[in-house]
Design a protein around this ligand. Structure first.
Ligand SMILES: [Zn+2]
Ligand SMILES: [Zn+2]
Ligand SMILES: [Zn+2]
Length: 155
């Protein structure tokens, strides 16, 4: 279905659905890791089955964002990353480890009240919001705890 959407959008732009373009789309739909930069996607699809140029990867990703199949997210490091948009599912939010960079998604959301407040304060309509928390993941917390204990032991 998403493939059909991509094909239709390409046709509108007088472009053909190529194996390479389809492959980039499929890569996102089947990727085990989310939140990849265009460069990471390029590295991962390299040397599989056929050659695919960096420009094709980048342009296809941009197109997928344009037609709403991918969403851009930017964390504190400023790198643009992408994730597939799952239709009908409430968007999720992210918590990011500032030490190792691990990103976890969560679906908790009680921002409706805040949205109402922001709407009435600013007069804007709101159709989306993003929420990012930064901190230390449990793994990094325990690594640091152990390191501190080690330091204490040698004293
Ligand atoms: Zn961590
Ligand atoms: Zn995500
Ligand atoms: Zn939300």
């Amino acid at each position: 279905m998403k493939k059909d959407l991509l094909r239709a959008e390409l046709k509108k732009r007088n472009q053909r659905m190529t194996a390479q373009r389809e492959y980039v789309l499929r890569f996102f739909l089947e990727a085990e890791t989310d939140h990849l930069s265009a460069d990471e996607v390029y590295q991962k699809v390299q040397g599989r089955k056929f050659s695919i140029s960096k420009a094709t990867v980048y342009r296809t990703i941009e197109l997928l964002v344009e037609i709403g199949l991918l969403r851009k997210i930017i964390f504190r490091d400023g790198i643009v990353r992408y994730e597939p948009v799952k239709k009908g599912e409430h968007h999720h939010h992210h918590i990011i480890c500032v030490n190792c960079g691990t990103v976890v998604e969560f679906h908790l959301d009680n921002l409706e009240k805040l949205e109402e407040l922001v709407k009435s304060k600013t007069g804007y309509t709101i159709d989306d919001h993003q929420l990012k928390f930064y901190g230390l993941c449990p793994k990094c917390q325990s690594t640091m705890k152990n390191r501190n204990n080690d330091n204490n032991d040698t004293r």
